[in-house]
Design a protein around this ligand. Structure first.
Ligand SMILES: [Zn+2]
Length: 293
């Protein structure tokens, strides 16, 4: 049943207040994922506790951002400092959900990009801290991207172009929009994984060492499943540029002292993917217009 316009208006008024609260709570769960998944621990049990003294964290010590401020960043059991990471992740996710609520309003797009953004935030931070992109997050991303393509159109245009090319010549009947969207999601996932596979193989042939893990490949498959082929390629391009600038800067600053430093490529790709998901279509459109002149 579709909501009436009055119900939608009411939702539109409530959403900017509910979304950031929801975002803070999800952010709190992302912290659990970021800390536990690289250690292959369960994100469900045991309940949250201080890693130093084992003090069990009560619900009122676990309120996103506020508890950290209230406790002045220290464990109530042993007084050891609590990582700044926790309130920052919670705040970022809350702010992102508010931004998405204002950008998309009460819609399936809002849900889709909230799920996408939260996953990317967790992956960006995990890769930065541990150089690991956990399968739990990338596989959930691939499945969620494919699922959302059935609920709201990916709208990349590539699938529409391919299917129309066939139907124009009378080879097939026109595809229903939901199938076109699913094909866009599939093409995006394949493009993301295949491009990074080529980069990986190319680097191996060139340097004789593995420069990239399979995590980056699965990450880009997940991004592709959400955003489709064109924005996926844009994301890889932007992520590589970002990595070259920041990575080059780091190597320059460390002056060869730390040449074995492994760049968090997944972090750059994740940041680029969030930008790409929100504004990539405009960038691609602008670029294709330029090309056609
Ligand atoms: Zn403690």
């Amino acid at each position: 049943m579709k909501p009436s316009s009055l119900e939608l208006q009411a939702l539109a008024i409530v959403l900017p207040f509910v979304a950031p609260i929801f975002g803070l709570l999800i952010g709190s769960f992302l912290n659990v994922c970021i800390v536990r998944l690289p250690k292959e621990e369960s994100v469900v049990t045991p309940r949250s506790h201080c890693p130093k003294c084992g003090h069990m964290i009560a619900w009122y010590e676990n309120i996103p951002v506020f508890s950290f401020l209230f406790l002045r960043g220290r464990c109530r059991g042993c007084g050891e400092p609590i990582s700044w990471l926790y309130p920052i992740i919670e705040f970022l996710n809350g702010a992102m959900f508010l931004f998405l609520a204002l950008m998309f309003g009460p819609s399936m797009e809002f849900l889709k990009y909230a799920v996408f953004g939260a996953l990317m935030l967790a992956l960006v931070v995990t890769d930065f801290r541990e150089r690991i992109l956990p399968d739990e997050l990338t596989f959930v991303g691939i499945a969620a991207g494919a699922g959302f393509s059935l609920l709201t159109p990916v709208g990349d245009g590539t699938a529409a172009w391919i299917t129309q090319a066939f139907t124009r010549n009378g080879f097939a009947t026109p595809w229903p929009p939901i199938m076109v969207s699913a094909l866009d999601s599939l093409l995006g996932a394949i493009a993301g994984a295949a491009t990074l596979w080529c980069v990986r193989e190319g680097y191996y042939l060139w340097r004789g060492v593995e420069g990239m893990g399979f995590g980056d490949l699965k990450l880009m498959a997940a991004v592709g499943a959400f955003v489709g082929l064109k924005v996926t390629l844009l994301t890889i391009f932007l992520g590589s540029v970002l990595g070259s600038i920041l990575g080059g800067g780091f190597i320059f600053l460390s002056r060869g002292r730390d040449t074995a430093y492994e760049l968090p490529f997944g972090t750059f790709l994740g940041v680029a993917a969030i930008f790409g998901a929100l504004w990539g279509k405009e960038v691609v459109h602008w670029y294709l217009l330029k090309l056609s002149y």
